[in-house]
Design a protein around this ligand. Structure first.
Ligand SMILES: [Zn+2]
Length: 56
């Protein structure tokens, strides 16, 4: 059984299972990560998402 690493909820779809996060927690996780990238490289969130091939 696959669980969200953040909240421990069960993951139902294969995308979430691949990520290890539920959709909501994944967005939060990305936001936190992109904020870090932002500080380092001054990328926009769109550039970060594109770089990671994020499709929400
Ligand atoms: Zn979660």
């Amino acid at each position: 059984m696959h669980m969200c690493v953040t909240c421990g909820r069960r993951l139902k779809d294969s995308k979430s299972i691949d990520r290890g996060y539920g959709p909501v927690c994944y967005k939060k996780h990305l936001k936190a990560l992109s904020d870090k990238e932002f500080e380092k490289k001054q990328l926009t969130i769109d550039e970060v998402m594109e770089k990671w091939h994020v499709r929400l």
